[in-house]
Design a protein around this ligand. Sequence first.
Ligand code: NAD
Length: 255
Amino acid sequence: MDLHLKNKTALITGSTKGIGKAIATQLALEDANVIINGRTDSAVEQTIAEIKSNYPNSKVTGVAADISTADGQQKIFKQVPEVDILVNNMGIFQPMDYFEIDDETWDKFFKVNVLSGNALSKFYLPKMLAKDFGRIIFIASEEAIMPSGEMPQYSMTKSMNLSLAKSLSKLTKATHVTVNTIMPGSTLTEGVEKMLEDMYEKADFMKNHRSRSQIQRLIRPEEIGRFTAFVASPDSPSFSGEALRLDGGLVPTIM
Ligand code: NAD
């Protein structure tokens, strides 16, 4: 299926690993001009080389910048003044005991998981509105609507992603710009792999900690990549302000 993404420019934050890399790879496969983002030149260069070696005709460039900082944001804005598609994927997560979470940690999660995507959206959205095309997609989590209690400081930020995306979508009325959120369930990325090794018995994670999952396996990042590419495409004009679930049935409610 041709998603009509040829020559669309897409910036995917935090795309040197995991879900972000899978989204970037899928968009590259669909012939978009993909911009990789991570914190170091080496990670960005390595990801570009990996995608290009798998798909030699792909158009992939990158910017190394810590987008949770004002300097990092300015660097991105300077090197990438306009995009058609912004995927606010970058996010941090860590299981924590509520009583051990200090204000500094709450602040850090808010800044990294909410304010960075907000700053990028605030910069790119007016330009999308001016040319009457654009897609902003926040990668939230099922934790946004069903907090497990394992990481309150994270779940809060993911609920905020939904609220922010809905508010931004209100600014796009009667245009061809859309703002949406995708909520993946537990996905086998490098970040989750490390979390499982550090804190859980990996083999029994789904059975013991995600027993409601219908698929009883971790989602593959490529599955999120393909779905996100569709939502990012001109072929999905009717998703607007939606919170889209892709959680393997983990959230047990109908809506
Ligand atoms: P990951 O830890 O595997 O990868 C995160 C990427 O972001 C890496 O490339 C890292 O280098 C980059 N990064 C981190 N901080 C950065 C910063 N300040 N500036 C620029 N880049 C930075 O993560 P993941 O599991 O792929 O998760 C990606 C997103 O998906 C996150 O927002 C996460 O909350 C969400 N999510 C993940 C899961 C899951 O189970 N993996 C489930 C639901 C939602």
